[in-house]
Design a protein around this ligand. Sequence first.
Ligand SMILES: Cc1cc2nc3c(=O)[nH]c(=O)nc-3n(C[C@H](O)[C@H](O)[C@H](O)COP(=O)(O)O)c2cc1C
Length: 188
Amino acid sequence: MATVFNGLSFLQQRNSMPKLTGPGPDAAELEQMLQCALRSPDHARLRPWRFISIQGDRRKDFGELLRASLLRRDPDADDAAQEKARNAPLRAPLVIAVLVSLKEHPKVPAWEQRISAGCAAFSLILAAEALNYGAIWRTGAVAEDKQLLRDLGGADNEEFVGFIYVGRPDCNAKPVPTMVSEEFHRAW
Ligand SMILES: Cc1cc2nc3c(=O)[nH]c(=O)nc-3n(C[C@H](O)[C@H](O)[C@H](O)COP(=O)(O)O)c2cc1C
């Protein structure tokens, strides 16, 4: 029998963790995660991804930016909503903003670059789980806020792909749904 790659079960059981706590990855572990993301499929080697890690008290500064983002969208947001936005980054010890950095290329349209950056975001999640952390990909309306992007140092050709929250799981893993591949796959 062919050798079975034991990564299959790892991939099939991947499970996002909505509740995360510290400690988060240290610098060496973060570097390992980034090295995984940097191996994402990438047409023409454009490297169309950027990562901004936010940890420690910087999460509070980021929370203020999220609150400001909320108020731009909804100037009448009540105190509870503002507090929720402000505290959002405190839901994990590490938040990684993943950006796509779009480039003009004759053979690589923007959609390919966005997918490539999405693969990098997913790779961060897989790497986090491989290091025994939990992770979850979040977006929301803030992910389309160009001012927030600029506040984080993003450029005009960049967009958010998501925010990857990483930390120690602080909840029971939900049951992984059993999926029927026939609903999504057919031989042609
Ligand atoms: C692009 C993208 C954006 C997402 N945004 C959010 C979000 O803002 N909030 C959220 O709770 N889940 C969000 N999710 C879903 C979670 O990351 C996760 O997939 C979901 O909780 C289901 O868990 P599972 O991946 O373990 O099945 C997003 C997923 C993707 C791919």
